[in-house]
Design a protein around this ligand. Structure first.
Ligand code: SF4
Length: 348
């Protein structure tokens, strides 16, 4: 285990949708990611797992959009599809003005430096046979024409930026702690000066005592470098800390999207309400009044979602219409988007 780990403090960027005047860095419309189900010796297609089904959202430059939901709801698939790590089934994804969902491989390659990913498990995402320097150098080799000396300078600069001691440049991932390994992953993601980073459960595999330090580092880098994040997590308390707006997914679809404070103070979608009811309130006065909403039944299979609202089999507020008509995901108050029949006409 090496020293020099995890000493970052971070600030918060408060950029909320309704007051935001920035430009959209990421635009997603009607995104679908289906995986075929095959059967028999001929592997005939008999259906689809609808992992991501018709998602639309924007991320503004400099903001953090939190993406939450139970495991298996499609949030990680969404992150990968947005970065075109999959060939998407349908929809549009524009990053920094460039459409990439349907673009050819050459355009996607050209866009790679702009859009990067920080993975959940730094242990699994770092090649154990490569030194820290060679891990960080890899994207520089692939996408730049920097000289050997310039690359080394850049590697040191990145190690400084993420709080790793330069003396460890020639060590291997197993010689580092989990937090330090995630710093290596972040340095690699930053190597090509990206604008947009998908952070896929970046702290879930880390010790609780290290989690806040890595989140603070991500916030500090965002402030310093003007980064835009899609922060995927099942940890609603952490998302409350880091996100400017929060999107809630259920069974491959978006249930709700709202500015962070509005969502946590007054969730509109019954699923968001249930999810948040399980999160302890830091204020002891309100914590004692917190009522936990227990959802009945299991999450249906994304290969066979229910007719109408996809939450109708478990919703405590279900109505007849819900079992028949799929609610539209729409803006019901300024900056607040919900897919639920409980909410009336669109306000724009
Ligand atoms: Fe519940 Fe109906 Fe709203 Fe779906 S549309 S969340 S079933 S009330």
């Amino acid at each position: 285990m090496l020293d020099g780990d995890d000493h970052q403090d971070g600030g918060e960027v408060l950029v909320h949708h309704e007051v935001h005047r920035g430009r959209k860095l990421v635009e997603v419309r009607g995104l679908k990611m289906y995986f075929p189900i095959t059967a028999g010796v001929l592997r005939r297609k008999v259906g689809d797992v609808k992992a991501v089904d018709n998602l639309s959202f924007d991320i503004y430059e400099g903001e953090t959009l939190g993406l939450v939901g139970e495991s298996g709801c499609g949030k990680s698939t969404t992150g990968r599809a947005v970065l075109r790590l999959y060939d998407v089934t349908d929809g549009m994804v524009k990053i920094d003005g460039q459409e990439i969902a349907k673009a050819d491989a050459g355009i996607v390659r050209k866009m790679r430096p702009t859009m990067q990913m920080v993975f959940q498990d730094p242990q699994a995402s770092l090649n154990p046979r490569m030194t820290v320097a060679s891990i960080i150098r890899e994207p520089l080799d692939e996408h730049t024409k920097l000289s050997k000396k310039e690359k080394l300078d850049r590697i040191y600069e990145l190690m400084d930026a993420v709080g790793l001691n330069r003396r460890f440049a020639n060590r291997y991932p197993h010689e580092f702690s989990g937090g330090q390994r995630q710093r290596i992953g972040i340095a690699r993601a930053l190597a090509l000066n990206p604008k947009f980073i998908v952070c896929d459960e970046p702290i879930a595999a880390l010790d609780v005592s290290i989690q806040a330090q890595v989140v603070n580092l991500l916030e500090e880098l965002q402030d310093r470098l003007g980064l835009t994040y899609l922060f995927i997590s099942h940890d609603l308390s952490m998302v409350r800390h880091i996100a400017d707006r929060v999107a809630v997914m259920y069974l491959g679809q978006m249930a709700e999207l709202a500015p962070r404070d509005a969502l946590y103070e007054e969730p509109l979608h019954p699923y968001t309400e249930a999810l948040l009811s399980a999160v302890p309130d830091p204020d002891p006065a309100t914590e004692t009044r917190r009522e936990r909403i227990i959802l009945r039944g299991d999450v249906p299979s994304p290969a066979n979602p229910p007719k109408g609202c996809n939450f109708c089999t478990r919703c405590p507020k279900v109505m007849d219409v819900c079992k028949d008509v799929e609610p539209e995901f729409r803006q019901v108050r300024p900056g607040r988007f919900v897919a639920c029949h409980l909410y009336g006409e669109t306000t724009r």
